[in-house]
Design a protein around this ligand. Structure first.
Ligand code: CA
Length: 216
């Protein structure tokens, strides 16, 4: 009897052990499945991140290439502009202002016509004053001297024109009652000089200094 009881207890404990082993095994499988699922999710996210990073790297390389190209083009433009400026710089002895170069001849006086011929032989002409700024600039470089400018009414008395063919419009800087036609003898006063920051009509044959302008 006692042996049978022991045998029964042994069988029961074996069955319980089997149940426990089964439950542990099932638990382990569930845990393993969860881990595998999480790993797959992380791997997927990692792969997506890597793809995104690769795309960003490609995009950055494109931007870098575009910027390098732009820098190269800008360097070329700067070089071209420097060359252009060098090409446009004024001849030796001439003064640059705005887009023009100026030469003041203040050693020996000449008639208006001969002064103009001198300028034209230099690839220039007597100055045409187009603005207050240019007027002030010339005033600053001529001092108290009297210089021919490229203004005349020799074609038609009273109708003043610049040597570039443009009519005299505003602004004008005639002094006092100028132009007054004066009593300049033969031919009257058909040419203009720059004197003490103002314009005066003078006989064209009078010897005066002059100022040439090259418009670049
Ligand atoms: Ca001018």
């Amino acid at each position: 009897m006692k042996t049978a009881l022991l045998l029964l207890l042994f069988c029961l404990s074996e069955a319980a052990a089997d149940d426990i082993r089964w439950e542990v095994k099932a638990l382990f499988q569930r845990f393993k499945s969860q881990l595998e699922g999480q790993h797959a999710d992380m791997a997927s996210r990692l792969s997506a991140s890597e793809t995104k990073m690769e795309e960003l790297v490609v995009e950055m390389q494109k931007h870098k290439a575009a910027m390098n190209l732009e820098i190269t083009q800008l360097k070329g433009e700067v070089k071209g502009l420097k060359q252009l400026k060098a090409d446009k710089s004024c001849p030796s002895g001439w003064t640059e202002f705005g887009d023009s170069c100026y030469y003041t001849a203040m050693t020996e006086g000449e008639s208006w016509q001969r002064s103009r011929e001198y300028c034209r032989n230099q690839g220039a002409d007597l100055v045409v004053i187009n603005s207050r700024e240019e007027q002030d600039f010339i005033d600053g470089i001529v001092g108290d001297n009297r210089l021919w400018i490229g203004l005349t009414d020799s074609e038609k008395e009273g109708t003043w024109k610049w040597v570039d063919g443009t009519p005299l419009t505003t602004p004008t800087y005639w002094g006092g009652a100028q132009p007054d036609g004066g009593d300049g003898g033969a031919g009257g006063e058909d040419c203009a000089v720059f004197e003490t920051a103002q314009w005066h009509d003078y006989p064209c044959g009078v010897a005066s200094y002059w100022i040439c302008e090259i418009v670049c």
